[in-house]
Design a protein around this ligand. Structure first.
Ligand SMILES: [Mg+2]
Length: 318
């Protein structure tokens, strides 16, 4: 029988990056962190619950990655640099193979983003994973949802919709053959942290796409007291998504969710600047519409205004 302290020592004591600004890390009642005076602390948290946010039997390595990645994505949307994480695990039983896999997935992503695990706790209970992530942003420089202006271009990074189709494969609703890349996009979301840093000087408003591009653009537009026009024909669809979903590919891109891409507004005059930087950052950004004065989202497709209901895409109601 392992005690909580033994399990923490075995699996979590040296997870993530070693940072000199962790004055006191795992082992005391709480962590002590040095925050530079010219920076603002940026905090977020997300919980993944078995059966709600991931399927029973999901690979622990991907869960370790995913639990951190969804929080990294929130900091990316704020233009923040991630720094410290707390981890709370509810485990139904001590499973060494599961813990080893989970810790490895978390560790690899944490090190890649220079994040130190500064504390947490382990409890017995139905499987759920909560990560709290803290980052830093120069005072007054954070990206927000509410800075968009009428006329600003709306853009999205990467190729939304891939992860939603990958999830359908994981749910057994589609064959896996030929959709390995789409499954990887669901299992191992890539938070756009570097892009978020670049957008500090380019974007007027930003949000990460977790609930679907349509819903999240609507949130950004509403927060900015605007509406939006989106050009469906301009959505950046991956070759893999088009091959798997055919004519429905755009519906996945608009409504799918789980993308963890960044959607943002930016003044028209920044367009050329973004194109140059996006190439440098390695992730493509695509202009897909504009903010407008009238409330609501208007979709244009092949020269017509179309209706779209994203209510059918709540994939986790299994
Ligand atoms: Mg978010």
């Amino acid at each position: 029988m392992s005690t909580e302290a033994q399990l923490i020592e075995r699996y979590f004591l040296s997870l993530g990056a070693a940072r000199t600004d962790v004055a006191l890390g795992i082992g005391d009642d709480a962590a002590l962190l040095d925050v530079p005076a010219d920076q603002q602390l940026v905090l977020t948290t997300d919980t993944l619950v078995e059966g709600r946010h991931f399927l029973p039997g999901a690979a622990p390595h991907s869960l370790g990655h995913r639990a951190l990645a969804v929080n990294l994505s929130d900091l990316a949307a704020m233009g923040a640099t991630p720094a410290w994480a707390l981890l709370s695990l509810n485990l139904p039983a001590i499973d060494d193979a599961w813990l080893r896999g989970f810790a490895a997935g978390f560790d690899a992503l944490a090190r890649a983003h220079q994040v130190a695990l500064a504390g947490g706790n382990l409890t017995r209970g139905p499987l759920s994973i909560t990560v709290q992530l803290a980052g830093l942003v120069p005072r007054g420089c954070a990206l927000r949802r509410d800075g968009g202006r009428v006329g600003d271009l709306l853009c999205v990074s990467g190729t939304p919709g891939d992860a939603a189709l990958g999830l359908e494969v994981r749910l057994g609703r589609r064959p896996a053959a030929g959709s390995e890349e789409l499954c990887r996009r669901f299992d191992y979301p890539e938070a756009r942290v570097q892009l978020g840093l670049q957008l500090r000087s380019l974007a007027s408003a930003c949000i990460d796409v977790s609930d679907g591009l349509y819903a999240d653009i609507a949130r950004l537009a509403a927060a900015s007291s605007c509406g939006a026009v989106l050009q469906v024909d301009d959505l950046p669809l991956s070759v893999a998504l088009c091959a798997a979903a055919g004519d429905a590919a755009w519906r996945y891109a608009l409504g799918g969710g789980e993308d963890y891409e960044l959607a943002f507004a930016m003044p028209v005059e920044q367009r050329a600047e973004l194109a140059g930087r996006a190439v440098a950052g390695g992730v493509r950004c695509t202009v897909i519409g504009r903010l407008r004065a009238a409330a609501g989202i208007e979709l244009h497709r092949a020269g017509s205004v179309i209706q779209f209901s994203h209510s059918g895409f709540d994939h986790f109601e299994v």
